[in-house]
Design a binder for this molecule. Sequence first.
Ligand SMILES: *[C@@H]1O[C@H](CO)[C@@H](O)[C@H](O)[C@H]1NC(C)=O
Ligand SMILES: *[C@@H]1O[C@H](CO)[C@@H](O)[C@H](O)[C@H]1NC(C)=O
Length: 373
Amino acid sequence: MHPPTPSRALLLCALAALGGKAVAEESSKTTTTSTPVVTPCVATATTGAGAFFDLRPDTAVVVPEGEKPPKGSPVDDYVARGWDYGSNFTLNFCSPVVKEVEDVVGLDKDLWKNVSAYYETKGKVYALGLSDGNLVPRGRKLVLQYSGGSPCGVSDEKSKEKRWEVHDGATYKYHEYDDDESEDSESRRASKDKDEDDEDEDRKDKDKEKEKEKLKTQRRKSATFSFLCDRDPDTPTAASFVGTDPDECAYFFEVRSMHACSIAEPHKPGSVGPGSVFAIIFFIAVLVYVVGGIFYQRTVAHARGWRQLPNYSLWAGIWSFIVDLFTILTSSCGRLIPRGRGYHTLSGSPSGRRHSRDAENRLIDQLDEEWDD
Ligand SMILES: *[C@@H]1O[C@H](CO)[C@@H](O)[C@H](O)[C@H]1NC(C)=O
Ligand SMILES: *[C@@H]1O[C@H](CO)[C@@H](O)[C@H](O)[C@H]1NC(C)=O
């Protein structure tokens, strides 16, 4: 084997540097445009082929006053008909409902803006849960769950009634006890009433504390959405109410959506994207062309110097054309400056350049032969 000629080594170095730069640029581009790893309303199935889901286009967005709604995004909440349940459900996916809700039963005021699904009955708003973008793929199903809605229970009215029943029972017992007492003991009865009042007060305080405890550990309404893939682009995304449990604590919905179909995962930062793949293939192709061409020219055509480059005359022609074009442009620009120097360079340069290039070739040939021997 001959040691590599200086010109070839130089050329390879330049190519490698160019290719390395291109790849580096591509990778730095992908890292700058990277998104945070946890994106709400987006999920990748960990099993199987790693199906990727992105439900964000289904989220109804709030359009600020006077602005145009973004194309393709819904701007109204979804309504699921309740049928026999008696109320319709208003909901949004992965985001609070667009319509502002107020006076939500059993929820703090600062959480009203987080309500993602609710229903109204007798003028009261019951939340089914707060916004949550935690989309979970389970096998072929895609599931979204909201929790922390209004307290469970059939309705506020009914639970109040129950509480009154207990209270009535207690007072009734007290009257029964009273009847056993003799009728004329008025004073005793009065003092007893006072005692009972105090006891009542104590009991009320205790009740209040108990109520507070209860509020903390109270079960709250939740909603579970199961998404089904519907490839028909003409059917809009729609949610249907499936049912609830007897406690009216957990609500189930089925959602048909185009976006619940698994799609190809977009380019992840850190991996090789299509742009870099193209750059790498292009670089390898150029390398093969140059190295293969040089090998052929040297061994078969016995070319030396710059003529070892594949299709030297073609590339040299293109190069001289570019140089001529540049010269003409610069000289015509120079002619605008009143000095007439441009013409000189135009007439003098081509022969001179050719001369110098021939000399260069001769020099390289000489060096090459010295290396070969
Ligand atoms: C629920 O929606 C349907 C259709 O939009 C409507 O006919 C019905 O009156 C609504 N029910 C209630 C309780 O609002
Ligand atoms: C409610 O929404 C706000 C943003 O709008 C968020 O910062 C906050 O964590 C949410 N609260 C709950 C309990 O989800």
